[in-house]
Design a protein around this ligand. Structure first.
Ligand code: NOJ
Length: 551
């Protein structure tokens, strides 16, 4: 049953414990704090939380440098508070997925410590070494401008070790069956603790077999299938959601034949063209991206997002397209990062409410599952004085109280935004809960709308001709129900005509406001689109009844 595939119509909320809610007053968010905010997430309407890494870590890369896969960092709580959180989430019908960061460990992990100290240790071969300095030691960095090498000499080991990311993140040697066995154990452990799946960090790099002087290592997709098989055996409805910023034709290999690879992948390809469309009002690259990422196996699914905890990566646009997005959304050097991205939050990037609504409405209506990032639901800003990606990782702004109600400590893990239009006194949950027209209350409506439109997750879609390069119209059908969603990317209003053949009653009923559009005999509908307008319609009697809850 397609309806069993819960992840296809989920709304995922991504948060980092560190900056969400601090209950014990040490300036760092914790599980007990998160527990206090579960009702907020519940009433917001999200049904799945994606938790950023919370395991013990030296924390040089926001927790993506793990030193013990089976624990909870004491800054965030304990196994006890984690289990209590899982219980409280379950009580509210909220699923939890967690990061699986197994391309690399922290250099503080006992495995690496042993590997570097003893050539004969079994852990030596858990990492990737070279006695000589590889010719490509300074190639293939993920963080250009910050990261200096991919091979670094370790005095203790008297050898170079490979690290795709920062030098304190040595890559695990995936070709070693014992390493893969350990990864299965990690998956099994957290499934047993009740998680619904994993956001798999850096998938392409997990699958590569790096070796000195080998510029583009081949990818071992059988490892992905191996992890998938194990996961599904242990828990039938658990999922893997992969981070892989790859070209459309490569993504098929990640999903696997007949869906035996990863369940879901973030659609980075579409994401970058969404920002191009927002910057230029030209939707043709977005349409091309949607078409080239379609045709998935029924159990496979895209995850859509606008912003995440990293930079907005524009590396898959052409140079000309990228420059246009930079010019509109990140014109200053300090806003750009790693020669490819923008380190800003959505609200300040777009700079106006109407375009924010357009962006969210679009993201929620794209083929796939929407993922939102904590703080974006209230339009939080960024702090460009913080280094690299920390600009978009400031604490959640709960109220106008000191430290935005996030903590009672004087010193926080990252400072609260306290100046300018995005300061916590203006932008916070408490205030927006009261204001009927706030972004937060609008977002509650949007989430509810998405939940009432299962066509998007389970149905088929096509692009409708609008006659305008600025206006995107999509038609979804599922069972007897059809949905038409239209977005105008321009700052000008337009009247468009679309054709919807399978609308027998010749009426499109708008879902967000009380409006009807009547079609002619041929199924042509004339529709007015305001500047940055977005409109969601149902096209058939049956679906209308479902929407009104009569069936
Ligand atoms: C991808 C994560 O999203 C990013 O935050 C992290 O720095 C790298 N993987 C390394 O784990």
């Amino acid at each position: 049953m397609i309806e069993d595939l819960w992840y296809k119509n989920a709304v995922i909320y991504s948060l980092d414990l560190e900056t969400f809610m601090d209950l014990n007053g040490d300036g760092i968010g914790d599980f007990e704090g998160l527990n206090r905010r579960l009702d907020y997430l519940h009433t917001l309407g999200v049904d799945t939380i994606w938790l950023a890494p919370f395991q013990p870590t030296p924390n040089h890369d926001n927790g993506y440098d793990i030193k013990d896969y089976y624990g909870v960092d004491p800054r965030h709580g304990s196994s006890g508070t984690f289990v209590e959180f899982m219980h409280q989430a379950r009580r509210r019908g909220i699923k939890v997925i967690i990061d699986l960061v197994v391309n690399h460990t922290s250099d503080q992990h006992p495995w690496f410590q042993e590997a570097r100290s003893d050539e004969n240790s079994k852990y030596r071969d858990w990492y990737v070494w070279s006695k000589e300095r590889p010719s490509d030691w300074d190639k293939g960095m993920v963080f250009p401008g910050v990261q200096e090498a991919t091979w670094t000499y370790d005095k203790k080991a008297k050898a170079y070790y490979f690290h795709r990311f920062y030098k304190f993140q040595p890559d695990l040697n995936m070709d070693n069956p014992e390493v893969r066995n350990e990864i299965r154990r990690i998956i099994g452990y957290w499934l047993e603790m009740g998680v619904a799946g994993f956001r798999v960090d850096a998938v392409p790099f997990i699958l590569e077999t790096p070796a000195a002087g080998k510029a583009s290592p081949e990818l071992r997709f059988e490892y992905l299938r191996e992890f998938r098989r194990f996961l599904q055996w242990r828990k039938g409805d658990a999922i893997l959601l992969g981070e892989a910023n790859v070209l459309p034709k490569e993504s098929q290999r990640y999903f696997g034949d007949e869906g035996n690879g990863i369940h879901m992948m973030f659609n980075f390809y579409v994401n970058q063209r969404v920002f191009y469309a927002l910057a230029t009002a030209d939707i043709s690259p977005l349409i091309e991206a949607m078409k080239s990422t379609r045709g998935l196996f029924p159990t496979s699914q895209w995850a859509n997002f606008l912003r995440n905890h990293d930079e907005l990566d524009l590396g898959r646009l052409t140079e000309e397209q990228r420059q246009k997005v930079f010019a509109r959304f990140g014109p200053e050097k300090n806003m750009q990062l790693y020669d490819r991205g923008i380190r800003r939050r959505l609200a300040p990037m777009l700079g106006n409410r109407r375009q924010s609504e357009l962006a969210y409405s679009l993201m929620f209506s794209l083929p796939g599952t929407p993922v939102i990032r904590y703080g974006d639901e209230i339009g939080m800003g960024d702090d460009l004085s913080l280094k690299e990606r920390n600009a978009v990782r400031t604490p959640m702004q709960w109220s106008p109280d000191p430290q935005a109600g996030f903590s009672e400590a004087d010193e926080l893990i990252h400072p609260i935004i306290n100046e300018g239009p995005y300061a916590y006194r203006h932008v916070n949950v408490e205030r927006q809960t009261r204001e009927p027209d706030s972004l937060l209350n609008w977002m509650v409506k949007l989430i509810r709308l998405r939940k009432e439109c299962p066509e998007i997750g389970w149905g088929e879609w096509e692009i409708l001709e609008t006659g305008r390069p600025e206006v995107l119209a999509m038609l979804y059908t599922w069972q007897e129900s059809s949905l038409v969603v239209i977005h105008n990317f321009d700052e000008k209003a337009y009247e468009i005509t679309i054709q919807v053949n399978d609308s027998p009653d010749r009426e499109l009923n708008e879902l967000l406001v009380e409006e009807k559009v009547i079609g002619d005999k041929k199924g042509n509908y004339k529709i007015t689109m305001q500047a940055y307008g977005y409109r969601w319609f149902r096209a058939s009697n049956l679906s209308e009844m479902i929407h009104r809850g009569q069936k």
